[in-house]
Design a binder for this molecule. Structure first.
Ligand code: FAD
Ligand code: NAP
Length: 338
């Protein structure tokens, strides 16, 4: 199949913030051959190339020169089964949540806490997606990626991916590795993680004390639908800032000044809830033009309609400066700015 390249396309439907910038050229790629063809196309014309999946972790701040390549490869298969352990592979363009549900329907446990995260399978390792006490690294088997510098295709095992808190080798080298497919180590035996936040409570409210993985997934979906704005209705990219991880002594000093500080141990350090800091600083519900901070969730910046990426970026910079001044804590932006 030859490439179907579109010219001067609005990227509004392709990013969850619904920012209306234009791509000079845009192409959907469905398999490895098309991916290579698109890379050669851009290289031959010396065009910048931006790879996107679902566009749910992007802030687009300007029109895109060159080619935007959207991962649209599909396919899920069981690679191996040994006792209860099952390795499942999904192509990068598979939508994340339907993939999670598909695995649950196959009776495979492991991805349920990561239900309802938008985006694609291929982007999931980029920031080691995490929610409700589970990160992709906990269920990761391996992935196959193409090195855009050399054209080589290679496999990565978990310990080669430098997974960290919302971080990975692939995020640390922007634009170098193109993730083609990802494999997950799942299980037919239930080992559920219910101790995070309101998960167990929600299940108990439903009269479920010994849930299945599917029931955990459904409980998490219901919690998320209540707490988070739906990008189809209100543009957003989920959490706009990472939760800052700071030394214990600094956290203790902050706790003396702010007894309500929300903090969790993270290795030898302490993770603060960035949403709490932003809320304390009075930003929750703030709106300037169409750029704002969500009224229920201070960690989520929103586009009320026609905000530009620059306006949202400038709001984020003001919040960062304010939190630094008030608490002496640096917030790092989570979405990828282009
Ligand atoms: P995109 O936004 O399209 O791309 C993100 C980055 O990955 C870009 O730098 C892009 O160039 C690169 N990229 C995309 N595909 C590939 C590929 N195949 N190979 C190489 N590079 C690639 N995140 C969490 O961790 N936990 C959550 O609970 C969570 N909840 C969210 C809730 C909402 C409402 C929203 C809007 C976002 C949420 N996110 C969450 C953020 C986001 O959904 C995830 O980071 C998701 O994995 C992004 O996938 P995507 O396909 O949309 O990536
Ligand atoms: P929440 O449950 O209100 O908790 C607030 C913050 O406290 C979270 O950011 C979380 O950190 C931390 N936290 C809560 N309970 C914890 C525990 N038992 N142990 C360690 N840390 C704890 O958060 P929320 O905003 O509704 O989000 C729920 C989950 O979905 C979180 O895991 C969050 O990361 C994830 N989420 C992520 C995004 C995104 O775009 N990245 C968007 C929406 C939701 P962690 O964030 O480190 O878990």
């Amino acid at each position: 199949m030859t490439l179907q390249i579109l010219n001067n396309l609005s990227l509004k439907p392709y990013n969850s913030f619904a920012i209306d910038v234009t791509a000079e050229q845009f192409v959907d790629v469905h398999d490895d051959a098309q991916i290579r063809e698109a890379l050669l196309y851009a290289e031959a014309r010396q065009m910048p190339l931006l790879v996107i999946g679902g566009g749910s972790n992007l802030l687009l701040t300007r029109d895109r020169e060159g080619l935007v390549m959207r991962m649209a490869s599909r396919g899920v298969r069981i690679v191996s089964e040994k006792g209860a352990q099952v390795v499942v592979e999904a192509q990068a363009g598979e939508a994340w949540h339907p993939f999670v549900v598909h695995c649950l329907e196959l009776g495979l446990v492991g991805l349920e806490n990561l239900s309802l995260i938008p985006g694609t399978v291929g982007a999931a390792p980029m920031q080691n997606i995490g929610a409700y006490g589970v990160e992709i690294k906990d269920v990761f088997h391996s992935l196959t990626a193409l090195d855009r510098q050399t054209g080589e295709v290679r496999d990565f095992l978990g310990h080669e991916c430098a997974f960290g808190y919302r971080d990975s080798l692939f995020k640390q080298h922007p634009g170098r590795w193109l993730i083609l497919r990802v494999r997950f180590a799942l299980s037919r035996e239930a080992r559920l993680h219910l101790d995070y936040g309101p998960v167990r409570q929600r299940l108990l409210e439903q009269g479920i004390s010994e849930p299945t993985a599917m029931e955990v997934s459904q409980a998490i979906c219901s919690i998320r639908l209540e707490k988070l704005p739906d990008p189809a209705e209100l543009g957003n990219a989920g959490s706009f800032f990472k939760n800052p991880v700071i030394p214990v002594a600094q956290a203790q000093a902050l706790k003396v000044r702010y007894p309500g500080l929300v903090a969790y141990p993270q290795g030898d350090e302490v993770k603060l809830a960035a949403g709490w800091l932003i809320e304390q600083a009075g930003w929750k519900g703030f709106r300037e033009g169409d750029a704002g901070v969500h009224r229920l969730q201070a960690l989520v910046l929103v586009n009320y309609g026609h905000a530009t990426g620059r306006q949202l970026q400038s709001l984020a910079l003001r919040i960062q400066a304010d939190i630094d001044q008030r608490f002496g804590v640096e917030l790092e932006m989570e979405p990828n700015l282009y």
